[in-house]
Design a protein around this ligand. Structure first.
Ligand code: LLP
Length: 417
């Protein structure tokens, strides 16, 4: 469940009025609900309780330090894909010993940082990468645990850009080569192959792709054990879908019911890397209508947030619900909701029927907690919005609004020469 709702005619986050938040902190602004994050994390944690498991929250989804610190306080580990994300986890006080590191292009510097930090394990995506990790670990005189990311070649019913378990994608190594890859890695100095990793995609609303992937991975784990590999971990990735519009995604309980019977006989510690499921519906992007513009073809609601702040609608054709903060119970009108950025791709919704809007109105774009702020840019020299964390009945500025000075700071030195 999420903790956003209408009360007394206005849309609220954990009871706090978004009108008050906008008056105090300005727009556009990301607003996150701590209770929602906690609720989603706990639901998954409880559903997986029958097996030994670690939830490794996927940092890329929303990497604000306040969120990472909250995740650590809930007992979460972390899934990272860069040295930068490791730095964030450490800055937030997260335990590097509960960090798993995926990604097809880890550099020597990133590997070095992770080896020194003593992370839980690397998710290896290719043999050249394994060789480099072995080399860096040898130089540092440290043993490292590794899992091999297996690409099970299963289709997931999601956007092409976020499908990762098909054999044509750049991710993982083929199932059929699994044993041979483990044998090669087993011969490399300082590497202990202890796990199998598999992440098939994101915003997956059906259970079949997950169970199909498990059916393929399970026998590999059994085989590896027969060959003498001490496989202790199955990292099953993230991918659980959420409701943006009219999806009917699986609940944590149903996800657990379908995978645990297949995981239990494997006798492994289960790692999972959820991102969207935990934070997606815990955030909204709050914005104000600047103008209503009518042309022969369209009626536009022009808002003060743009594609640079939330790129999902234009990048993936993603649907995000748009709600008036104070609905006026008047008629429905069809709008294109667009931002100020100089591209026709700068839209949040096209031909969307909404309660009638006027200039000055506040609107909230829902389900913006995942892949929202983290994918924001400064395109058109637009400062990034603040991130506001609603906790215990008040608002904490988890990231202040960027200033114009922030935006030019890294370029000023060039003018001084
Ligand atoms: N583990 C790995 C290895 C991943 O690559 C990802 C996401 C996750 C876990 C977390 O997946 P989740 O539980 O959030 O589905 N920007 C896109 C989504 C990209 C997902 C990338 N990988 C979007 O806005 O839909």
């Amino acid at each position: 469940m999420d903790f956003f709702s209408y009360e007394d005619g206005t849309y609220r986050c954990e009871g706090l009025s978004l009108e008050d938040i906008a008056a105090r902190h300005g727009t556009p602004a990301y607003v996150y609900s701590e209770k929602t994050v906690t609720d989603h994390f706990r639901k998954l944690d409880e559903a997986l309780a029958p097996v030994p498991h670690v939830i490794c929250y996927s940092v890329k989804t929303n990497s604000n330090l306040t969120i990472l610190s909250h995740m650590a306080s809930l007992g979460s580990g972390f899934d990272i894909v860069s040295g930068g994300e490791l730095f964030r986890v450490q800055s937030a006080g997260g335990d590097p010993g509960r960090v798993v590191f995926a990604g097809v292009g880890k550099t020597r510097e990133e590997i070095h940082r992770a080896v020194e930090a003593g992370i839980l394990m690397f998710n290896i995506e290719s043999l050249p990468e394994a060789e480099l990790i072995s080399q860096v670990a040898s130089e540092a005189g440290r043993d490292v645990r590794v899992a091999v990311r297996i690409n099970p070649d299963v289709a997931a019913d999601t956007h092409d850009y976020i499908t990762t378990g098909k054999k044509e994608t750049k991710f993982g190594l083929p199932l059929a080569r699994g044993l041979e890859v483990f044998q090669a890695i087993g011969r490399m100095p300082r590497l202990s192959p202890v796990g199998v990793h598999c992440h098939i995609g994101s915003q997956i609303t059906e259970l079949n792709p997950f169970t199909e992937a498990l059916q393929k991975i399970g026998p590999l784990i059994t085989r590896l054990r027969e060959e003498g590999f001490d496989i202790r971990y199955l990292n099953f990735g993230g991918g659980l879908g959420i409701i943006y519009h009219d999806e009917a995604p699986s609940t944590a309980a149903r996800f657990a019911d379908s995978i645990l019977p297949r995981v239990r006989p494997l006798n492994v510690e289960l790692l999972i890397e959820p991102g969207r499921f935990v934070v997606g519906n815990a955030g909204v992007l709050l914005m104000r209508v600047i103008y209503i513009k009518e042309t022969d073809a369209k009626r536009f609601a022009i808002v003060d947030a743009g594609m640079n702040d939330l790129i999902r609608p234009t990048l993936y054709g993603a649907y995000h619900e748009i709600l008036p903060v104070r609905p006026r119970a008047s008629r429905k009108v069809t709008y294109d909701v667009v931002g100020p950025v100089c591209e026709s791709g700068d839209f949040f919704a096209k031909d969307r029927s909404l309660d009638e809007l006027q200039a000055g109105d506040l609107v909230a774009i829902k389900s913006a907690g995942a892949y929202g702020f983290v994918m924001a840019s400064n395109y058109n020299t637009r400062p990034k919005p603040p991130e506001l964390w609603v906790t215990g009945g008040s608002v904490r500025v988890a990231r202040r609004r960027e200033t114009l000075e922030d935006l030019v700071a890294a370029e000023m030195d060039a003018l001084k020469t």
